[in-house]
Design a protein around this ligand. Structure first.
Ligand code: CUA
Length: 314
C-alpha cells in the first residue's frame, strides 16, 4: 500500500454509497408517485403550479453535494499530482513488452521494482515505443507512459510487502504479459538490496542453487520480458503460433547460419547474440521485420549472462 491508497478508497466508497442511497431514494419516490398519481376514471389531471421553495431546495442541495464531491476528488488528485520535496526519482521505461526501472545510481532493473518503506518516490515514466500504462493496483496508481514525453506518479510506500505492476493500455501481442513485481522493503533490508543492485546474486533458479552465468541469464531473460517476444525459454512460439521474435533454441552456431531479411546468412556466434541484445535492429532475422525489438542497456556481466543463457538453449 502507498499513502494515496486509503484516501482514494475512502473517496471511492463515499461516492459509491452516496450514489446507492440516492438511487434507492429517488427510485422509491418515483415508483410511489407513479402509483399514487396513476390515471383513474373520473379524476381529471390538473396542471401543478409553481412552487418556488421546492425548486430552490432541489437546486441548492444537489449543488452543495456536487461541490463537496468535487472537492474530495480534486484535492486528492492535486495531492497525487505533486511529488514530495526530496523524493527519490526512479525512471520507468515501458517497452514492448517489459518494464525497466532505473535507480538513482544508474543501475537498471528489469521487471522488478524494489522500494524502501516510508521513502517518498517520484516515478518518471516514458515509453520507448508505443503508449503503455503503468499501473500498480495496490497503490491505486495508474498513469500512461507515452513515447517522446515524460509523465510521473508520486507516492510513499506505507506497508512492506509485495505489489504488482500491470500495463493498462493495449500495446500489441504480448500486452497482457507486460508485468513486473514491486517489493517494499523496510530500511535495513533495502540497504542490503542496494548493495546487490545489478550484480549477480549468490543463488538463483528454482530450486535455488549457486548462480552460474547461465542460470543468471535465464533469470534476466524472464525479467527483461524476453519470453513475451521469443516465447518461454526462447522456443519461438507463444500459444501454438509463431512468436513476434525469432526462435532462440538451437540458435547458437546453427548449421547454415541464421538467415537475415537481407537474404544473407550470418553466423550466430557470441558476437551476433551480443549485438542482437544491445543493437537489436542492426540485423533483422528473415520474416521478423514487423515487430521492432527495443534496445536494452545492460552491464557487461549481464550481457555475458544472457549470451551464456542463449548459448545453452538447445
Ligand atoms: Cu504495454 Cu500494454
Amino acid at each position: 500500500m502507498a499513502d494515496a491508497a486509503a484516501p482514494i478508497d475512502k473517496a471511492y466508497e463515499f461516492i459509491f454509497w452516496f450514489s446507492i442511497v440516492f438511487t434507492v431514494v429517488i427510485t422509491v419516490a418515483l415508483v410511489y408517485f407513479i402509483w399514487k398519481y396513476r390515471r383513474r376514471p373520473g379524476v381529471k389531471a390538473e396542471p401543478t403550479g409553481h412552487y418556488q421553495k421546492l425548486e430552490i431546495f432541489w437546486t441548492v442541495v444537489p449543488t452543495i453535494f456536487v461541490v463537496v464531491l468535487f472537492h474530495v476528488g480534486f484535492g486528492q488528485y492535486i495531492k497525487n499530482a505533486t511529488a514530495a520535496e526530496g523524493s527519490t526519482e526512479i525512471r520507468v521505461r515501458g517497452k514492448k513488452w517489459s518494464w525497466e526501472f532505473e535507480y538513482p545510481s544508474g543501475d537498471r532493473m528489469p521487471g522488478e521494482l524494489v522500494l524502501e518503506l516510508g521513502r517518498p518516490y517520484k516515478m518518471i515514466l516514458s515509453s520507448d515505443d508505443v503508449i503503455h500504462s503503468f499501473y500498480i493496483p495496490e497503490f491505486r496508481m495508474k498513469r500512461d507512459a507515452v513515447p517522446g514525453q515524460y509523465s510521473f506518479i508520486a507516492f510513499t510506500p506505507t506497508k512492506a510487502g509485495p505489489a504488482h505492476v500491470f500495463c493498462a493500455e493495449y500495446c500489441g501481442n504480448s500486452h497482457s504479459g507486460m508485468l513486473a513485481t514491486v517489493t517494499v522493503l523496510p530500511h535495513d533490508q533495502y540497504k542490503e538490496f542496494v548493495k546487490t543492485l545489478g550484480k549477480k546474486p549468490k543463488l538463483c533458479g528454482t530450486p535455488p542453487a549457486e548462480c552460474t552465468n547461465e542460470a543468471w541469464g535465464g533469470e534476466l531473460f524472464v525479467k527483461n520480458g524476453c519470453p513475451t517476444c521469443h516465447g518461454a525459454g526462447g522456443v519461438g512460439e507463444i500459444g501454438g503460433s509463431k512468436s513476434p521474435g525469432p526462435r532462440l533454441v538451437g540458435l547458437f552456431m546453427k548449421g547454415g547460419g541464421e538467415m537475415m531479411s537481407t537474404g544473407s546468412a550470418v553466423t550466430p556466434d557470441e558476437n551476433y547474440i551480443r549485438e542482437s541484445i544491445l543493437r537489436p535492429n542492426a540485423k533483422i532475422v528473415m520474416g521478423y521485420n514487423t515487430v521492432q525489438m527495443p534496445t536494452f542497456v545492460m552491464k557487461d556481466e549481464q550481457v555475458d549472462a544472457l549470451v551464456a543463457y542463449v548459448k545453452s538453449l538447445k
